[in-house]
Design a protein around this ligand. Structure first.
Ligand SMILES: [Zn+2]
Length: 233
């Protein structure tokens, strides 16, 4: 399986020949293959790792962003309490949306190398809310969390969003396939994203574009590093 990073996906263009179906989500072929190997190994220990989100397009992320900016999609503050988008200044609105949603063009889910997972042995997809408590002691995905800590690196996966180590708050469900994702991040370019956003129909552009450099530093580059023992399969 070629480990060449799927660079045409970097800002969320839909390049279908670089994506394959993996249990209903789309991933790069190399990521899907490594995921399947990891899934097999976990299954032998009673954990059923299933994906619930993989590749997401720029257009999809734009739709989410604009819905939150317009107040037509639920907007939550840092304590997960609903906020009225219309009560916030544009700067406050940008900050609030970024707490829970990536800026279009700046999501690792654009790359096909990143996947959100849950333990289908512990909870159904329909019941899953994708909140940290589900992945902590007593939660339905607790065993998965421990298994991933011990074994994910053997299959090339790491957790980029960890408490105190990333600009994005902890997401114990978000796995990234390092053999491709590290190169994707290295190719990420501020000017390219700036131009794409400028030409898009993104809401809050005027508040956002002057701060783009800081937003990229915090939400794209500031991640937990892959562990030293990570294996490139
Ligand atoms: Zn994710």
């Amino acid at each position: 399986m070629p480990l060449t990073p799927p660079l045409p996906l970097l800002y969320g263009d839909h390049v279908s020949q670089l994506l394959v179906d993996c249990h209903g989500v789309m991933l790069s072929a190399a990521t899907a293959q490594a995921f399947s190997a990891m899934q097999q190994a976990a299954l032998a220990q009673g954990i059923n790792i299933m994906p619930c989100s993989g590749y997401r397009s720029f257009e999809r992320q734009l739709h989410i962003w604009n819905g939150k900016a317009a107040g037509t999609r639920p907007l939550l503050d840092a304590n997960e309490c609903p906020v009225d988008a219309l009560s916030l200044s544009d700067d406050q609105l940008v900050e609030t949306i970024l707490l829970w949603s990536a800026l279009p063009g700046a999501s690792r889910h654009h790359w096909g190398t990143d996947v959100d997972v849950f333990d289908a042995q512990g909870i159904s997809r329909a019941d899953l809310q994708l909140v940290p408590s589900e992945y902590q002691a007593g939660g339905p995905c607790d065993a998965l969390t421990h298994w991933l800590e011990q074994h994910a690196a053997r299959f090339g996966f790491f957790l980029p969003y960890q408490a105190g180590q990333s600009g994005v708050s902890a997401e114990p469900w978000h796995l990234s396939y390092a053999p491709q994702a590290v190169a994707m991040l290295a190719h990420f370019n501020h000017d390219e994203l700036y131009q794409r956003l400028k030409q898009s129909d993104l809401k809050l552009k005027a508040a956002l574009l002057p701060r783009l450099e800081q937003i990229i530093a915090t939400y794209v580059h500031h991640i937990a590093a892959p562990p030293q023992n990570l294996t490139i399969p």
